[in-house]
Structure formats: C-alpha cells, structure tokens
Design a protein around this ligand. Structure first.
Ligand code: FE2
Length: 698
C-alpha cells in the first residue's frame, strides 16, 4: 500500500520519478512490476537505480522487500559494465539486441531511499572511474557499518553481531552486555537493532523448528525420560533409548563397547579432527612398553610401532581444571584424559591405554584393555564424556558457529558489490539467527547447557575462551591440519578423504573468482576494503592474537585464496562434519554422555557395573540432550546444499562458468562418497556434498 517511486541515475542526469505503487500497480509478494521510464534528456551511462518508499499512513509500518530491478533499454555508449559484453547483464551478451542490466537489492525497504548499483562485482579500485559510484559505495559502507556492529559476548570469546533477537523470538531478551572483553568497545554505539527479517529464519522455517522441538520433547517424555529419578539397570536404559533410531544410531547401540568402534569414532565420528600421531609420549602420560605389550602382541613393541607411525594420541588437556556445574542439584564431573591408540595389522584403530587426568600418579592410574570389563568400560566412558564436551564447545560451537558469525559480520560490512561479499554471502545465511538462538536458548543461566552438560554455562564460557586462545589458522585449513596432525596416511579415515576433495573443489572456485578480480598480487594488497575485512576478522575472531597464525592483512592472491577457502569450508563442510552426526552418535547415551555424575575412579578396583550405572547422566539430563540433538542435527525448512547458491548474486559469464564447474565437481564427489558408503558397515555420509549445507544455519 506504500508509495514507491523509482528513478534511473546516469552520467547525464536523473530521470523523473516513476510511480510503482497502487492504484497503478499492486506490490504483492512475488509480483513483477513493469514500468516504462522516460526522460526528456539522455541519461548517459546508467549508474544507479534509486528507490524511494514512503508509508501511505505514517503510523502503519509497511515493509517492502525488493529482490531486484532489471533495466532494459539504452545504456549509454558501448560496454560500460566492464564484463566484456555490451548488454550490461554480464552474461556474455546472448540476449539478442536488447541491452539489459540487473540491479540486485535483496533488502527490506522501510521508508526512505535505497540506491542500487549494477550487480557486477567490482573492487574499490575499479569503482573509482565514476565519482557518483564511488560516493554511493562509501555511503553504503557507512550504512552497513552502522547496521552491522561488533559487540563482545564474554571475555576471551569471538565478538558477535550487536542485535536484538528477531521479531517473534520465543526466547526472552538477552542478558545485559558483559563488562570485560579484549578489543576496545565502540565509544558510543547506537542502540542495537532487531535482526533484519532478511537475515532471520523465515516464518515457515521457525515453525518447522518449533514443531520438531515440541515433537522431540514429547518423544523423550514418552520414553520415560525427563521425569526425574535415576537408572536402575542397563535394561532400564535400553528400554528408554532403544529404537526407533537412525541406521547409524542402531550401529552405535550394537557396537558401543567395541574397541574398534571406539577408535573409529576418531576418524568418522562427530569430532574427526582431534587425533594426532604420537612419535613420543608426553611426559605426563607415562605408559610403559610392558603395559601395552598384551595389546600389541609378541611380534612388536611400543617403540617399533611409534617409529612405524602407528601410534596416535587423543589429548583432552584443554578441559583440565574447568569448573563443572550441577544437574538436578547434584554436582557433575569431567575428566581431562589422555588416550593412546594403535593401528593394528587388521587396519583397526584401537585404544590401548587411557589416563583420566593430566597429572599422573597413584590416584590417576593408566587403564588398559586387560583391566577387566568394568575398569576399561569406565575409562572409555570418561573419554567419551570429555569428547562430547570438547566437541560441542570448541570443535562445533567455536570453530564453526562463532567463527562463522565473525566471518559473516565482517562480510556484511563490505559493500554489496565487493567480489568477496558476493562470493561469501550464501555462506552467511541464517548464521546470526542460529547463534542468537544458541546464546539465548542454550547458554543463558539455567538453560539447556546448565540442565544437561557437565560444564554448564560457567564452564562453557571458560572453555570457549580457552579454545579461542588455543586456536590456530593451520587447524582450520584442511591440508595443513592433516599434515600437522600426522594423519595423512591413516587407513579408513573417511573425513580426511572427503574433506580434502571438498577443500580442493572450493579452492578451485575461489582461485577462479580471485583471478577475475585481482589480476596481480598488488591488486589484493591495495584493496583497502579487503584489508579492512581481514583486519576485522583478525581483531574480532581471534582477538588480535598473532600466535593463532591468522593473517591480519593479505598481500597476495594465494593468501587470499587460502583465507576465503578456509571460510567457505568452515561454514559449510566443517560444520556438516561436526554437526550432522550429533544425534546418530549420541542417541545411545552411554556412547556420548553429556555429563557424568560421579568422580573419575582413582583406583582400578573401584570400577564396577554399579559405579558405571551411577556415573551415567540422569534420565532428565539424557532427555534434555537428546531432544536438542534430534533437532539440531538436521537442517530444517529449506535446505541449501553447497553449490546451490543463486546465480543472480554473482552476475557475469565467467563466474557462472566457474560455478557450473564447481557443481560438476561436487556431484562427482557425491557420487564417489555414496558408492563408498554402500560397501561400509558404518557409512560416513556427513561430507556428501548433497547433504552439506552452504552455511552454519542450524
Ligand atoms: Fe551447528
């Protein structure tokens, strides 16, 4: 119902305003409005489209979402859009004789004016040829920096978007902002705005998540979970948790006590990036050759296996000394174990020694497979509990959700026509919204993290801060990470095989795009918008910590390619690898306990079936965890697999060719993964590109 007018701005002047609104046109959702714009004098080369909107009645809010404006007609002299053809749409000029230019908008217009520029990506240097365009670019940047502000959440954490929860958010408003944070807060920030509807889940998507959450709550109650009490026997647990599950959760139920499955989870489980080769034992893990001799057999010894590169270590040192919370009024416990693993001649990765603390001594024995069924089972249970805590707080939330938010925020502050903005926009989809929900619904005092995990809110705040301080750029770059951890030739490492292929496909796409807009290394170094972007990520993602190895500036094309590849991989494949299998591996709770209710055993003789049963999470905590994981392990609403990005956001023939090649490569990877999985008793589906979402959206 609002009054909307449009005007074309060229080098020769501006056309008179042209009305788009009622009663001539109806701006209903999904409509295309066709108008004829006339001008008494030639407009010259078309530069901008201006849109004005005024509310019909000033008291009635009436937002209008404009997808794009397409202008057909004379565009001035020759090819002015820099794409090598003369039709302005960047598609190679195959539209016959009709010149056409597309001006992407994809924004909500409340009231006031929007200036849209032609969609072809340009670096700031390319934009300097026309003062009006340069001015529009600078103004857009100022507006974006105002709309997308950095804000601290907790000491030592990556910063977040300053925003109020989206409208209709079912959770209460956020707590007051924290007082301490490392980078300086803005001097006088403007009040936070509500998350823009274009960045929030659509209503249908929200309804889908709400319905699945409610269904999950009902399921856990029907199973007798979340009704208080404690486990009386393993039969109790089996009755409550057994089926209907997923094919992988059924496999877990059958094999959770097998050592080979325990080891396989380091390669194809939900945290496949922890294991590293061990060529020398850490001084705080005094495993002796006789201890592991029964596992290794008479034909070899620990030293020979280490020299042969067949000994590996999982070290949970980051958890040492973390505060733990209370669940149902009972204190909870967490270990910081060390676990030694060995690749057997049968190519299985088997645990051979476990110490439940970082400080060896008489009260921290080294557990071995020969210690009797309950001692070894209890030791593995403690490792699995530590694995859950480290995975959720660091590998999942920090490395994908919270870093992803800093990448998205820095990218939204770039002008929309910047090539990096256009390349990364699909990888930012819904990340702000899911992270707001994570902080509101999971991390608030007394919320889910306090109800179902050992560390609770306080421990999680501390653990994410430790993870941020310990983060390295190397561990986020797949080839470097695999090399550094010494796992390039470990057998049956499906994560590695799939991740390397996807990394390679993303890298090729990024290389192609970067070559289009940055012919020389100096073009990268001189793009001041790009340098501000990487500088902001350095400042707000890793808090300016040079030890992380994160770049604070980019000086060459290869540096830019690697950095952007890392971002796309983190927001898509890495998140899929650490998110999608959560329910599969946790549905049988003893395989992935979110918390443990008794202290770690100090002597091997303490281990009994009864202690193991009493150590497991309560039915309440189990129900809370399963309800959550059954929702967040799956994309709700509208899945957007990697490579499905809209072509409209990246106009031009050359980018489209690169995108087509990227899609073909992803399809081939998907085909190979599906064929491999058909022959596996325990498939690894999480990095099948058809199931990898483009962004951190759940
Ligand atoms: Fe996630």
């Amino acid at each position: 119902m609002a009054a909307v007018t449009l005007s074309l701005v060229g080098t020769g002047g501006q056309s008179p305003p042209c009305h788009l609104d009622w009663p001539l046109h109806r701006l209903r959702a999904g409509t295309t409005v066709v108008v004829e714009v006339t001008s008494a004098q030639p407009l010259g080369t078309l530069l901008l489209v201006r849109l004005w909107k005024e509310p019909l009645v000033s008291l009635v809010p009436d937002r209008w979402f404009c997808a794009r404006v397409t202008v057909t007609g004379p565009l001035g002299d020759g090819d002015d859009d820099g794409d090598g053809d003369d039709d302005g749409d960047g598609d190679g000029g195959d539209d016959g004789d009709v010149p056409r230019a597309t001006f992407p908008c994809y924004r909500w217009l409340e009231s006031g004016c929007l200036e849209l520029r032609e969609g072809t990506a340009r670096t700031p240097r390319e934009a300097t040829w026309e003062p009006q365009l340069l001015q529009q670019r600078q103004e857009e940047r100022r507006e974006r920096e105002e709309a997308f502000q950095w804000e601290p959440y907790a000491p030592g954490w990556p910063w977040r978007l300053r925003a109020l929860p989206p409208a209709l958010c079912p959770w209460p408003p956020p707590p007051p902002p924290p007082s301490a944070a490392s980078p300086a807060s803005p001097a006088s920030p403007s009040p936070p705005r509500q998350l823009s509807p274009s960045l929030a889940y659509p209503l249908g998507h929200r309804a889908n998540i709400a319905a699945r959450t409610a269904a999950a709550q009902i399921r856990v109650r029907l199973r007798g979970l979340r009704c208080g009490g404690s486990w009386r026997s393993f039969e109790d647990i089996r009755e409550a948790l057994e089926g209907p599950g997923t094919p992988i959760s059924e496999y877990v139920l059958r094999h959770w006590q097998d050592d080979a499955f325990f080891g396989a989870q380091y390669l194809s489980g939900v945290n496949p990036v922890l294991l590293r080769r061990c060529s020398r034992l850490p001084p705080n893990f005094p495993v002796t050759p006789p201890m592991v001799a029964p596992s290794l057999g008479p034909a070899t010894c620990l030293r020979r296996e280490m020299e042969g590169g067949r000994i590996f270590l999982a070290d949970y040192a980051l958890l040492d000394g973390l505060p733990t919370g209370r669940v149902g009024g009972e204190p909870q416990f967490l270990a910081a174990p060390l676990c030694l693993l060995w690749i057997s001649p049968g190519q299985q990765l088997l645990p051979i020694a476990i110490q439940l603390s970082q400080r060896p001594g008489p009260e921290s024995p080294i557990f071995l497979p020969g210690d009797g069924p309950w001692g070894w089972a209890l030791a593995k249970l403690w490792v699995r509990g530590a694995h859950f805590t480290l995975h959720e707080a660091v590998t999942h939330l920090l490395h994908t959700h919270f870093l992803g938010e800093t990448f998205a925020l820095a990218t939204h502050r770039l002008p929309a026509c910047h090539p990096i903005h256009q390349l990364l926009l699909p990888h930012c989809r819904f990340t702000f919204h899911i992270n707001i929900l994570a902080r509101e619904a999971l991390l608030s005092p007394g919320a889910f993290i306090d109800q179902a995990t050992a560390v609770g809110r306080e421990g999680t705040l501390e653990l994410v801060a430790r993870g941020t301080a310990a983060l390295t750029y190397r561990e986020l770059c797949v080839p470097d990470d695999l090399e550094h951890r010494g796992v390039t030739d470990i057998p049956n490492y499906h994560y590695r095989d799939d991740a390397l292929e996807i990394w390679g496909a993303i890298e090729s796409l990024v290389e192609g795009i970067v070559a289009l807009y940055y012919p020389e290394d100096s073009d990268v170094a001189e793009d001041y918008e790009l340098q501000d972007w990487v500088g902001e990520i350095f400042t707000y993602a890793v808090l300016g910590n040079e030890k992380t190895g994160f770049p604070s500036k980019l000086c060459s094309r290869p540096e830019l390619v690697k950095f952007v590849t890392m971002i796309i991989f983190c927001c898509s494949a890495r998140h899929a690898a650490v998110n999608s299998g959560q329910y599969d591996y946790a549905a049988w709770m003893p395989n992935t306990p979110g918390t443990l209710g008794r202290p770690p055993p100090r002597r091997k003789e303490e281990a009994t079936a009864e202690l193991l049963l009493r150590t497991l999470p309560s039915p309440d905590a189990t129900g809370a965890l399963l309800a959550l994981l059954s929702v967040v392990s799956y994309e709700g609403g509208e899945p957007r697999p990697l490579g499905s990005r809209s072509e409209e956001l990246f106009s031009g023939a050359a980018p489209r060719r690169l995108l087509a090649s990227f899609r073909r490569r992803l399809a081939a990877i998907s085909h190979r993964i599906r064929q491999r999985n058909e022959g596996l008793a325990l498939p690894y589906p999480y990095l099948d590109p058809a199931c990898v979402q483009e962004s951190v959206a759940i």
